[in-house]
Structure formats: structure tokens, C-alpha cells
Design a binder for this molecule. Structure first.
Ligand code: ADP
Ligand code: MG
Length: 343
């Protein structure tokens, strides 16, 4: 990816509000046509970075370049960027078509071109045929799509999206995640997407920047971030993380330090199975068996003195069988390549 054109280049970005350091020395390159997600807990600086890229906020230090041009001091309207917010407030008294056309009307684009571009944007979000509806006659998901069309109609080089699916219920949100990713691929616009939801980030992104306290803790593909977190923070924030540290690491792995193993990499086997070559085993007692439909979660107190979670697909097992494991001794077994050092 090194020779791909850079759509957004951020260097040394810093923004404080009184004594709060909202953004603390952030460097970031977003490539042309990329879907990049800023993922992090509430208050970690994601929105502030997005607002600085859009031009709604000025940094105390650092620069923002769009397609190689320094726009740090340019006003929002002089940037080839559009933003979609979570509360996307459509104009309630205007039809869907009028809502989508609005930005072009302000720019005095002629009526016929306006209409054609609005139709094109509505087609992209699969709302052809809804032109004359009022926003109140749409579902939440459809309203969010109108908000997207309203941004797409301007044909920006870059679309910034701040938790745009946050107000939708889970099922609809999951549908929209898949649709939005497909739409982005189709239109080829660079997306910078903000969320605090790890599954959402893993589902949609080409790359993820994980934020912690105003800084980027790790930047990488979903696989990098999930399979090879470089810190305890990232391991814990993105997915459930089992930690083996100190004396426990020494006993189980035979080395000092802090290690993590993802729950789905751990198999729950009969006590005494032990480790084959290339594997690690830890004996323990099942404390909890939690049936969650597609999978079962096992909470196991290991004899070395820690608690690990293991997750298994319910492909071949009967729920009665696994429930009977509660209170029983077991061996937890994983491949050594699935334990990673967090030091
Ligand atoms: P996120 O989007 O990750 O939740 P924000 O960028 O909104 O985080 O906020 C980062 C930090 O900056 C938070 O501590 C927040 O309270 C603070 N902050 C953001 N905007 C303002 C503002 N306009 N005035 C004061 N503090 C702010
Ligand atoms: Mg925010």
C-alpha cells in the first residue's frame, strides 16, 4: 500500500480543551479509496480528529493535507470533504428528493443536473422510488440512507462518518454495516468512519486506528488488530482477551511476561489430554458454561491461578453435554502460535 496515493495526511495533530488533551500528537495517512475506521472508547479523541479533518475545529499544533494540499487553515467549505453525523437531522418539511438536492441548490447547480445527481445518489443507497416521501414516512434505516445520499450527492473525495449507525437497533445496524461497506466499494470514495463498536470496526474497515486517550494505540488491518494486538489496551478493547501474566505465564508458558490468547483459539478437552507438539495445555476446572446459541462460552479457573474464557462453536455438540461440564476438570489446549506477547 506504500505507493498508493494519500487522500488525507495528518501530522503532529494536537488539540486541547482547557486542561483536557483531546488529541495528542496524532499522525495518520488515509489512502485513496480506503475505508479507515477510528475505533476507541468514548472520549478518546475520535470526533475531534474528524472535526479537524472537516475543518470545524482548528488544531493547536499539527497539519492536515487533503490530496497533498495543506488545508490546516482552510474553512470547511473549501475542503473536498463531506460529513455524516449520528443525528443526521433531515429537513422534516422537505421530501426525500428535496433533502438530497439541498446542498446542490445552495451551490446553485441547475435544476435538471440537480435532479439527475439526486436520483443517482438515491439509487446508490437503494432508495429509488422514495423521492416524494416525507422523512416521517421512513424507517430509521431509510432516514440514515437519505442522510448518506445527501452527502454522496456532492461527490466528495472524502466522506467522514461519525457513528452514523449509532442510533439504529442491532439488527438494522448489522445490515447497514454490510450495505455501507458495499456502497463504499462501489463509489470508491475514501471513508473515515468513527465508532466505539469493535465488531463494527472489524466488519467494515480496510484498516483500523485504535484510539486511546487522544493517541493512536495501534494502526492496522482488522486481522492485525485482532490477531496481533501490540498492547494490553488493544487486546482488551478489541475482543475478549485472556491474559497470562507473572507467575501464571511462568507456569503455563514457561516464560516471564504478559501473554494473551483469544477465547476462540482455546479448545476445551478432557482432563489429562495435555499438549501435543506445537501446543500448550493448562489444566483447570470449569466454573461457568454459558450457552449463546451459535457458541458456548466456558469460564475456566486454571490450576496455575488465573481464569480463562474459551468459546466453542455449537456445531456438533448437544447443549446438554456441554452444560454437564460445569464443575468438571478439563484441559484447555491451544496452539503456541495463538499466544502472543504484549510486552
Ligand atoms: P470521542 O469522539 O472519542 O468520544 P471526543 O473527540 O469527542 O472523543 O472528545 C475527546 C475529549 O475532548 C473528551 O474528553 C471530551 O470531553 C473533550 N472535548 C471534546 N470537545 C470538547 C469541547 N468542545 N469542549 C470541551 N471539551 C471537549
Ligand atoms: Mg465522538
Amino acid at each position: 500500500m506504500a505507493d498508493r496515493p494519500v487522500a488525507i495526511r495528518v501530522r503532529g495533530l494536537r488539540r486541547t480543551f482547557g486542561s483536557v488533551v483531546a488529541v495528542d500528537d496524532v499522525d495518520l495517512d488515509v489512502f485513496d479509496g480506503e475505508f479507515l475506521t477510528l475505533l476507541g472508547p468514548s472520549g478518546s479523541g475520535k470526533t475531534t480528529v474528524l472535526r479537524i479533518i472537516a475543518g470545524f475545529e482548528r488544531p493547536d499544533a499539527g497539519t492536515v493535507e487533503l490530496a497533498g494540499v495543506d488545508v490546516t487553515n482552510a474553512p470547511p467549505y473549501a475542503r473536498d470533504v463531506n460529513t455524516v453525523f449520528q443525528d443526521y437531522a433531515l429537513f422534516p418539511h422537505m421530501s426525500v428528493l428535496k433533502n438530497v438536492e439541498y446542498g446542490l441548490r445552495v451551490k446553485r447547480v441547475p435544476a435538471s443536473e440537480r435532479r439527475a445527481r439526486a436520483e443517482e445518489a438515491l439509487a446508490a443507497v437503494r432508495l429509488t422510488g422514495y423521492e416524494d416521501r416525507a422523512p416521517s414516512q421512513l424507517s430509521g434505516g431509510q432516514r440514515q440512507r437519505v442522510a448518506l445520499a445527501r452527502a454522496l450527492v456532492n461527490r466528495p473525495k472524502v466522506l467522514l462518518l461519525d457513528e452514523p449507525l449509532g442510533a439504529l437497533d442491532l439488527k438494522l445496524r448489522e445490515e447497514m454495516q454490510v450495505e455501507l461497506k458495499a456502497l463504499q466499494r462501489e463509489v470508491g470514495i475514501t471513508f473515515v468512519f468513527v465508532t466505539h463498536d469493535q465488531d463494527e470496526a472489524l466488519t467494515m474497515s480496510d484498516r483500523i486506528a485504535v484510539f486511546n486517550a487522544g493517541r493512536i494505540a495501534q494502526l492496522g488491518t482488522p486481522t492485525d488488530i485482532y490477531e496481533h494486538p501490540t498492547s494490553e489496551f488493544v487486546a482488551g478493547f478489541v475482543g475478549t482477551s485472556n491474559l497470562l501474566r507473572g507467575a501464571v505465564a511462568q507456569a503455563v508458558i514457561g516464560k516471564a511476561g504478559t501473554y494473551s490468547v483469544r477465547p476462540e483459539k482455546i479448545r476445551v478437552l478432557a482432563a489429562g489430554t495435555g499438549a501435543k507438539s506445537g501446543e500448550r495445555a493448562a489444566s483447570g476446572v470449569v466454573r461457568e458454561v454459558i450457552y449463546v446459541g451459535m457458541t458456548t462460552r466456558f469460564v475456566v479457573d486454571i490450576d496455575a491461578g488465573s481464569t480463562l474464557m474459551a468459546v466453542q462453536q455449537n456445531a456438533a455438540t448437544a447443549s446438554g453435554e456441554v452444560a454437564a461440564l460445569r464443575g468438571q476438570p478439563v484441559d484447555l489446549v491451544w496452539r503456541t502460535e495463538h499466544e502472543y506477547s504484549l510486552d
